[in-house]
Ligand binder design. Sequence first.
Ligand code: ASP
Ligand code: MG
Length: 468
Amino acid sequence: MTATSHPRLDVFKFGGTSLGSAERIAQAAQLVQRQAAIGQVVVVVSAMAGVTEDLIRAAAAASRHETELWQRLGERMHEKHLRTCRELLSGEELALAESAVATARATFTDFCSGFSLVNEVTPRSLDSLSSLGEVLAATILAATLREAGLSAEAVDATQVIITDDHFGNAAPLLEPSRQRIADGLGPRLRDGITPVVTGFRAATDEGLCTTLGRGGSDYSATILGALLPADEIWIWTDVDGILTADPRLVASAHVLPEVSYREAIELSFFGAKVIHSKSIELPMRTGIPVWIKNSFRPEQRGTRIANTAAGRPGVRAVAHTAEAHLFTVSGADGFPFTRLAAAVFNALEAERVTTLIVTQSSAENVICFAVASREAGRVQRRLEKEHSLAGSPLLAIEVTPKVGIVVAVGEAMKGTPGIAARLFGALGRRGINVRAISQGSSELSVSAAVQASDLPAAVGAIHEEFAL
Ligand code: ASP
Ligand code: MG
């Protein structure tokens, strides 16, 4: 790859707080301009902070005939974007942006009136409504860039990212998307235009709007980055990078300059909210580095996620999930353990629930797992139904609420003996009772379930033990 045959191309993704006000959008525009001076940039945007939440609330309110509430939320969305346009734009750009804001308002009203009429919100129509914030953010940022003299265009991702029809949580279809991206973005880039693409939104092959799940604009960025392909993907957010632990629990937590893809996946899965965990897989497969950067402090280095096992061996960071429920399911006599396990996992699969931790004892015919508390009710009902069936392999279901999961993560834990022993020693010395333990089969992580009230002490103990 030489500089002459291949101009540099980067994806810059801005999250909601990085676009949260006119001032923040102006800052994002500056970061894009700076990069556009040295190479090509594809920009991906989230909605302005809080907008997606309001849109989803409005839809629910409309379906319950809470007319005053949904209309107030619509007014708030309208106001916020109008004010932002007026602070950033003037003349023809302002007129254009204002008309986009008016169109979004009308779309909002049409959808909410419809939900109110039929007393329900379908996932399919919710996708069109909940991603309106991204449409507006792309419009406003593109206009701001043009006012600053850059050639920029808002692009609706429904034109370039193709997904299956799992509305609300769609999965990208890579080959069709690759073609659309090449056709949709390639000519613009060659003409010196900076595309500003709506995150979160995508479309089925037939053009029906889908979304990639909450927080999915990171995923939009890495899909585009991997399929273009880009040299690097920069996720602009409101923290300095991936930290060794949650700074609210550990005062000495600090930014990791480099983490491997697998470490980033593990950490984001277990509650480090810096990047959407699904979004790292594609860059990992294609070897494209992902930077986590703070748009509020762009001079900070940030964290580079790449194919590296950088740093010292052993534990590199501690993640945690504060709100989990632990299930202990024992099997009825006369059934092999595999029947019990199959029944339990079928129930989880039917509810599309992911486990945070799983342990088992075939000898005792017991399986133990934790799920996020918000999903626990559904899992419990499903298991109880299974239990009530004649010939069920389930004997008893025990549910423990208020459980926290603490996870020590490090690529180089593998081959470093004694890590689990040190970890449990550190917890034991502080009198923290461990309810369940599990080691990732890739030896990338060790997790422990503790009482939620012990979680801060557990995170602190591990951070200290490994001198992170
Ligand atoms: N705006 C969407 C959400 O809040 C997508 C994103 O922010 O990544 O979920
Ligand atoms: Mg958002």
